[in-house]
Design a protein. Structure first.
Lengths: 245, 253
């Protein structure tokens, strides 16, 4: 549980850093190139299969834990003051995890599935090689893609341009987050991430036998400020950015 | 604090035996001295029930000074009641308000079946101790106590773990009914001392195996056990046991 959990935490950091390119003011060129890298690089592809396995493994083990632990108390208490001795997050990891599993399914079908199997339009960028300015130019209507990334150099009277044609995942993201419902689903899910990691990150260390005053401070600090606050806030900023853009 | 008398309403779990279903009975109790311990209040209730020709409430108790680990009531949703670091026998009626309704239940866990009313069978703990909570010592004269050097820090930590009275409040408080705090205290008190080293690996594996066999839940590090423990056994014991267990699983023959 802890092993897969911490691996998923490291994924969140990478996912966060990569997705920060959504905020770059270049019509999505950097983000779309990043999407190409993530789907073609053999190392990243290998790690991504490990990631899918970890998500499934983490979920199966979590479900098993919930049911096994329920069996250990067949008769429930009439009055149970859980809040007197433990955090709400620590008592509701199964519920939070279920929310996150549903979220991951929604999230993958929205973007990952669309990108791989759906009909994502192409975007053609012209980058001025002199001043670096990026412009979106119309893609030829009969355009057929052979490589995921096509780059050519074009010399015109206005200057030298690099022309890049890629699938426009950025547009999918920008259009998707125009829907208030999707934004709400994402924001609530990020709250679930926050609570899940507030308990989960430091709990994983304890499960490995690491619970010592010398390092508990730094583990709790990272768990709270980076994983329970920083990461969910960063991800939550993305739908909000496109909704209000 | 001056003495005063309060009226309380008790909702007590009554169960004839381990097979019967059981349910709550309500008993109003008037003029309860706030200087009474919670168990003395139950003594008064039982006197009253006996006078009325009814079956008194069965509950576990022995030393009544917080060191034997027998008392085991789940009071208003918390093991040993609302106070920290006390057993039920050390809990006084001054911790309750006049007119308050107090719900009293037995420990709830599959490995702790109810015997009668508030009495549960905690022999699962004994079987875990039997599985490895001991050291093997050769027969003959006891050697001089100072012959084996023990670091002060380790002695203190071992003593803190050994303060566990095996009452089962950790299991009762845990949402998973996990016995990790109890078992880890029993593993740690020996793992921290030189005398515990020869059987260290086997001990942790055997005790964990017995714990799992008894049907206790798995630890999810909520920390409720340590927070509710009358002896304030530290959560670091669980991490120590996890460390020892991992190491033993990898390196033991």
């Amino acid at each position: 549980m802890g092993l897969t959990g911490l691996f998923l935490c490291t994924f969140l950091v990478v996912h966060m850093i990569g997705n920060l390119q959504l905020f770059k003011n270049d019509q999505g060129l950097a983000f779309n190139l990043y999407a190409v890298l993530m789907t073609t690089n053999p190392f990243i592809k290998t790690v991504s299969y490990l990631l899918y396995l970890s998500i499934i493994g983490h979920a199966i083990q979590g479900i098993y834990l919930v049911f096994k632990n329920k069996q250990s108390r067949p008769v429930q208490y009439a009055v149970y003051e859980g809040k007197a001795s433990s955090t709400w997050a620590s008592r509701n990891m199964g519920l939070l995890g279920t929310i996150l599993l549903v979220f991951i399914a929604v999230h993958l079908s929205d973007f990952w599935f669309e990108y791989k199997f759906g009909h994502v339009p192409y975007a053609t960028y012209a980058t001025n090689l002199t001043d670096g300015e990026v412009r979106l130019i119309p893609t030829p209507p009969d355009y057929k893609q052979f490589n995921k990334l096509e780059e050519t150099t074009m010399i015109t009277p206005e200057g030298q341009f690099k022309v890049t044609i890629v699938k426009d995942l950025y547009l999918e993201v920008a259009e998707g987050f125009k829907s208030p419902w999707l934004v709400i689903v994402y924001l609530l899910s990020m709250c679930a991430v926050s609570f899940h990691l507030y308990h989960g990150f430091q709990s994983a260390f304890k499960s490995f036998g690491i619970n010592h005053p010398k390092i508990n401070g730094i583990v709790n600090f990272i768990g709270t400020w980076i994983f329970a606050i920083g990461i969910p806030a960063g991800f939550a900023a993305m739908p909000l950015y496109f909704f209000f853009k | 604090m001056s003495e005063q008398n309060i009226n309380v309403t008790l909702k007590v779990w009554r169960q004839r035996n381990s097979q019967s279903k059981g349910g709550f009975e309500t008993y109003p109790l008037n003029d309860v001295s706030t200087d009474m311990s919670f168990l003395e209040m139950f003594d008064v209730l039982n006197e009253k029930l006996i006078q009325e020709g009814k079956d008194p409430v069965a509950f576990d108790h022995d030393c009544r000074e917080g060191i034997c680990g027998m008392c085991s009531m789940f009071i208003n949703g918390r093991p040993h009641g609302p106070k920290q670091a006390v057993t039920t026998c050390q809990l006084h009626m001054r911790s309750f308000k006049n007119g308050e309704t107090i719900v009293v239940e037995p420990w709830r866990a599959k490995p702790f079946p109810v015997i009668k009313d508030l009495v549960v069978d905690r022999s699962a703990f004994d079987r875990i101790i039997s599985a490895g909570g001991f050291i093997s010592v050769n027969t003959g004269n006891a050697q001089d106590a100072n012959a084996i050097p023990v670091a002060k820090d380790n002695a203190d930590e071992s003593f803190a773990a050994a303060a566990c009275i095996g009452c089962g409040a950790c299991v009762a408080a845990c949402k998973n009914a996990s016995a990790m705090l109890f078992v880890s205290a029993k593993v740690s008190q020996l793992a921290l001392l030189p005398q515990g080293q020869p059987e260290r690996k086997q001990r942790v594996m055997d005790m964990v195996a017995q714990m799992d066999n008894e049907g206790f839940g798995a630890c999810t590090n909520t920390g409720a056990c340590s927070a509710e423990c009358p002896k304030e056994i530290s959560l670091t014991n669980i991490a120590r046991m996890n460390r020892d267990f991992l190491a033993a699983e990898i390196t033991a023959k």
